[in-house]
Design a binder for this molecule. Structure first.
Ligand SMILES: *[C@@H]1O[C@H](CO)[C@@H](O)[C@H](O)[C@H]1NC(C)=O
Length: 464
């Protein structure tokens, strides 16, 4: 069997496709590298997230539309999962992505005294990643379930979930067919610590960026500082690595930096750097104009992370060029009013998928909150975006070298099969979770209070 078990709710019923899929070679770029194409997944589907698993391309996507009900502007979100034998999804079969199958009562924003100006419903931005040997998983966002007597959300008011979508083996610790909420665990206290002024602002957890390291599920919680959680199969962060690379992020220091798609592992053999690393993507946006002339302009960058703790950032690319729709050219297009909340989103883009398909990197992205697009490029072209920034992690400060539960036995002592061993002495500074390291960390945290504030702010903003 190619795919032994699709989670029942995602049983797509396209067995023929799976057989076909086994004949499909890794993507070959048509029209050279890079190529940027529109994906026809479905009407107004945006924020795609493409992976390839056992010869079949899978993508999630979402739709959203807005409706004013009483005094609240409601966002109604729908999520989908689609399959195809081609990376550009020329023929495609989609169905709803609803791991709860409708049985989920979301809490409400607002409170007893005041209804919310804005509220939201449904699954947002599911992002797929492949866990080799285990299957395909999705990370996505949603409001928490309404529990207890109150229909209103308690902090955080928006949370992240992980769910297994395709299981290669039945059973096992990471067989999680039901959505599991991701939580910062013992690290919540330092993350959610609030000063008086921000007290009223609720917390929205967004854009946790998964990657698999040594059979451990890791999640990038923030990019700057680079906070990486190790998460257990209950979805709880049990260990964290925090580093900061002020030099690399200096050009963006005044922006609210948000994460995005899963990180992908680039093996040394595929890289011109001679280094294995994880590749991630971050973005920020700038807002221009007021009222109906307001425009949000999104900027995306790739970044490289060393492939072992403490996961220092070792390079930031130049800006990734994405295609957005221009409203002026589309004034008559019927889609706009159906989908849009902002008056003009001509510069909105969001890279929601990242996948290494042989030697081709697929960056799937939402364009103007209305289109799904795929930017594909060779690893060489992607690495060319880092021109002028050679592999250099030395500027990274290690703020937390692994506090929390220590890594499982044997993970660091030469057992890093498949993982790179090029960690410099600096990268190991402080050891892992030792008392001395923690003391040092405290002082460093103190010194870098500013960046932590920014980190905090990131969580409060709706990234997208
Ligand atoms: C994950 O960690 C939390 C917090 O330490 C713990 O309560 C839970 O039992 C753990 N889950 C697993 C599967 O180990």
């Amino acid at each position: 069997m190619l795919i032994r078990r699709l989670a029942t709710w995602v049983a797509l019923g396209v067995a023929a496709l799976l057989v076909l899929g086994s004949l499909v070679p890794a993507a070959e770029l048509q029209g050279g590298s890079p190529s940027d194409v529109l994906l026809d997944l479905g009407p107004y589907f945006f924020n795609p997230s493409i992976v390839r698993h056992r010869g079949v391309y899978l993508s999630t996507a979402r739709t959203a539309h807005m409706k004013r009900i009483d005094r609240t502007n409601w966002w109604f979100n729908e999520a989908y999962i689609c399959m195809s034998t081609s990376s550009t999804f020329k023929s495609v079969s989609c169905r709803k992505f609803d791991p709860w199958q409708g049985r989920f009562q979301e809490c409400l924003w607002g409170n007893e005294r005041k209804v919310a100006d804005v509220d939201t419903q449904g699954v947002e931005d599911p992002k797929l990643f492949v866990w080799p040997g285990k299957g395909v998983y999705a990370v996505f966002g949603r409001k928490p379930e309404a529990l207890g007597a109150s229909p209103y959300c308690k902090d955080p008011i928006f949370v992240q979930f992980v769910v297994q979508v395709v299981a290669e083996e039945p059973g096992g610790e990471w067989s999680i067919p039901r959505p599991t909420e991701l939580k910062p665990g013992v690290f919540a206290e330092q993350l959610y610590k609030r000063d008086g002024k921000r007290h009223a602002e609720p917390i929205k957890e967004k854009n946790w960026m998964p990657f698999v390291w040594q059979e451990q599920l890791m999640m990038v919680h923030s990019v700057f500082p680079h906070r990486v959680f190790r998460v257990n199969s209950s979805g709880i962060a049990v260990q964290q690595f925090v580093t900061s690379s002020p030099d690399l992020f200096a050009p963006y220091k005044d922006e609210d930096i948000h994460g995005g798609p899963p990180l992908v592992f680039v093996p040394a053999a595929a890289s011109n750097t001679g280094q294995a690393y994880y590749l991630g993507v971050f973005h920020f946006f700038q807002t221009f104009g007021e009222g109906i002339n307001k425009v949000k302009v999104y900027h995306h960058y790739a970044y490289r992370v060393e492939a072992a703790p403490p996961f220092r950032v070792c390079g930031v690319s130049s800006e990734i060029q994405l295609v957005t729709r221009k409203r002026s050219a589309d004034k008559q297009a019927s889609g706009w009013t159906h989908q849009r909340i902002w008056k003009d989103t001509s510069q909105t883009a969001y890279i929601s998928g990242l996948f290494l398909d042989g030697a081709t990197l697929h960056m799937s992205y939402g364009s103007s909150d209305i289109d799904a697009r795929l930017l594909s490029m060779s690893v060489a072209d992607m690495e060319a975006l880092f021109a002028g920034s050679s592999w250099d992690c030395s500027g990274a400060q290690v703020l937390d070298s692994g506090s929390g539960e220590p890594l499982p036995e044997g993970l660091l002592a030469g057992g890093a099969a498949g993982g790179p061993q090029q960690l410099s002495a600096a990268g190991r500074s402080g050891g892992f979770g030792g008392g001395v390291a923690r003391r040092t960390e405290y002082h460093r945290m103190h010194r870098h209070r500013r960046s932590h504030h920014r980190d905090h702010k990131n969580m409060l903003r709706l990234a997208h």
